[in-house]
Design a protein around this ligand. Sequence first.
Ligand code: ZN
Length: 293
Amino acid sequence: MGKYRYKNLLGWQVTRTDGNTARYVMSTIVTKPKHPNKVTYPNYPKTVHQGWNNAVSYVSSCKHDGYNWTVNDSDWSPDHNVQYFVCNATGARARKGMFDVVVDCGAIFTSWNDGPPKPIPMIKGSEYFVKALEKHAPPVVPKNPKYLEIVWPDQKIPAATPEFWVALRDKCREYAVALGEKNLKVMLACQGGHGRSGTAAACMSLVVYNYLCAKTAVLHVRTFHCESAVESVGQEEYIDRLSIALGGTTGAKETSKINDSTVAFLALPAKEGSWLAANQAIIMAEQKEEVKM
Ligand SMILES: [Zn+2]
C-alpha cells in the first residue's frame, strides 16, 4: 500500500442529495482511468469524488441482494412465471438458496461445487424429543439451483449472440414447467451487481417485454434495479446491438446523459396495454406507496 497516494483512505460515507447514505470503499487504485469507457453517473456526489475519480474506484452500498426482481416473465403461460433478479457478489452468495437458477456473470461461484446439497435436520436438541419426533420431521433439503456461468470480464461484454438471450429466456420457461414451479426465481449475478448482471437484466428485459428499444431496456433496469446498472459504453452498445437484432431501435448510449432514470422511464411514451405501460404503472404504484409511508 505504501506507494499509493491515498493509503489512509480505506472507506468513507456520504449522504447523497436524495437523502440516502452511500458508503464507498477503495477497491482498485490506478493512476490513469483503466476503463476509458466507464460512465460516471451524475447521481453520485461530485464533491466527494473530485480529484479522486481517477485514483479510486468505489463500491457503493446499494441494497440489491436479490429481493428486488428486475424482469418478470409472466405472459407465456397461465400457470408459470419466471422472475429475474440482479445480485451483487455478497447478495448472490447469501441468497443462492432461494433461487432455482443462478446465472453467474461475474465468476462468483467458480469454485462452487455444484453437487447435491446435504439435507439439514429439521429438528435438533435433546435426545428425549429428537428421537421421538424425528420420524415426523423429515430433514430439509436445500434448493439446488441450476447453474450457468457466462465468461464475462469486468466492464466488458460477453461473446453471447443475440439469440443467446432468447434461448436463455426459453430454457428458463421450460425449466419452470419441468419443475412445476409457479414462480421460477432466476438470479443474474456479478461482483458489483451493476455492469455485467445489469447488462444481462437489460438483455432479458428486451427479450421478455418486447420493448424493441435499447434505451427503454437500460432505463427499465436502472429504474427497477439500480441507477448504476450497465456501467460502460461497450455494454450500452451491446444492448443496442441486441435491440437491433430483435428488430428494435438503439438509444442505450443516450442514457448516460440522463440524471434520473425513473423520471425518464415514466416519461417514455407507452401504448395502452403494452409491457412498458404495465411496468410504468408498477413504478407509479410504488411511488404512491412511498408517499403514504
Ligand atoms: Zn447499485
